[in-house]
Design a protein. Structure first.
Ligand code: GLA
Length: 389
């Protein structure tokens, strides 16, 4: 969507005139390092060139209007900075942008008037490519523009996580908001979630593409299952702390974990913690391989990541397993795994240029045969973090 198209859509919804702020906020894909961000481990995500577009203009009263071009049947959703600022289940998607208005207010940056917002995105719905974090970051940037708040992107990411945790009730880590805020064209980010130290790693996929496949599965219980996994890890950590002076599972090597795992009194929790520990070490190793130009080695670790998420962490399910396992059979697929929280959502694969067409055709056919409905495929590009258009 161009800026002109965005402005035209805004004016169609709210009328012409006044000063209109415009922002783009990307989606993200995580290449490796899954369910490590709330365990003090490493992640390796990148921002995408698909994402969410925002246009907004101040009003003279206290009303806040949200219109999503993706949910036209919901029409304009009305909120109010004075009377309807708290989470409101009946107001659907507007709770994501409104959570940011609430969060800014909690941190001393109160909007002093209402505003109209137009939102449209091309991230597939419920895909696990972080459309919600994309909206949070975009809304933070819009608030900056409208009210001259001047919050830097890294801080907007922390506010986005705060909003998701405290307003929307999902106990997520920092990965999604960070990746969306700090993304850089053609680079992935190697982030240590324990310290927020990060470095950019160029993704030079010569002769290869990143292909995302979307299960199209309804993600009913995803949020509660996510919170359950997080609680299991916290409990395993506290059992290990009976003997080990650690603050997070991400501090352990595989060997240290194996030597001490019997402190954890439940076999399921042992598997959960083993995933968190091994996935973190795998992520560190994968980035080393990539830096050394060993993309085949990187791909093998992507596959190993999926297996650990399938068997130890149990967040894949038949849909994501089918996508990954069918991908592994394709000659020219370097590596494939689920990405994001799991329980549906998307898989990510690195595929040689000449194999992409056949990859999409074959994996798509096998998926439909087994699951009964189709998957969607996207060849994606790595783009910049949230910016003013
Ligand atoms: C979701 C969360 C992230 C992260 C991933 C799993 O995307 O929002 O914080 O925990 O799941 O890696």
């Amino acid at each position: 969507m161009t800026k002109e198209e965005l402005l035209r859509e805004f004016e169609k919804t709210y009328g012409a005139g006044g000063e209109i702020a415009t922002v783009f906020s990307p989606g993200r894909v995580n290449l490796i390092g899954e369910h490590t961000d709330y365990n003090g481990g490493h992640v390796f995500p990148c921002a995408l060139t698909i994402g969410t577009y925002f246009a907004a203009r101040k009003r003279t009263d206290t009303k806040v209007h949200f219109y999503s071009g993706n949910f036209p049947r919901q029409g304009v959703v009305e909120r109010d900075i004075a009377a309807d600022l708290e989470f409101n289940r009946r107001k659907g998607f507007s709770n994501y942008p409104m959570g940011m208005v609430w969060t800014y207010g909690k941190h001393g940056m109160k909007a002093d008037c209402g505003f109209d917002v137009y939102i449209w995105g091309n991230i597939p719905n419920s895909s696990g490519l972080s459309s919600s974090a994309s909206i949070e970051l975009g809304m933070g940037k819009i608030l900056n523009e409208l009210f001259r708040f001047d919050v830097p992107n890294l801080q907007i990411a922390l506010y986005g996580q705060y909003s998701e945790n405290n307003y929307n009730g999902v106990n997520c880590g920092i990965m999604d908001q960070f990746a969306i805020a700090m993304g850089k064209k053609d680079c992935a980010m190697f982030l240590d979630t324990a310290t927020l130290q990060y470095e950019y790693a160029p993704i030079e996929l010569q002769g290869m593409k990143i292909v995302i496949s979307c299960t199209n599965k309804k993600r009913g219980l995803a949020d509660s299952k996510y919170n359950e996994r997080r609680a299991e890890c916290e409990e395993a950590l506290s059992e290990l702390q009976a003997k080990l002076p650690i603050k997070a599972l991400g501090e352990l090597t595989e060997e240290e974990f194996e030597a001490n795992k019997d402190l954890i009194k439940d076999p399921v929790r042992i598997r959960r913690a083993r995933h968190a520990v091994c996935e973190n070490r795998r992520t560190i190793a994968a980035v080393e391989l990539l830096k050394a130009g060993d993309i085949a080695g990187f791909g093998k670790l992507m596959n190993a990541s999926h297996i650990s998420l399938r068997d130890d962490y149990e967040v894949t399910g038949i849909e994501l397993d089918t996508l990954a396992e069918e991908s592994w059979k394709i000659e020219g697929c370097i590596g494939a795994r689920m990405t994001g929280a799991g329980f549906g959502g998307c898989a990510v694969a690195i595929v040689k240029d000449e194999a992409v067409e056949q990859y999409i055709e074959t994996v798509g056919r096998k998926y439909k045969e087994k699951i009964g409905y189709a998957a969607d495929f996207y060849v994606v590009e790595i783009g910049d973090g949230t910016y003013v258009i």
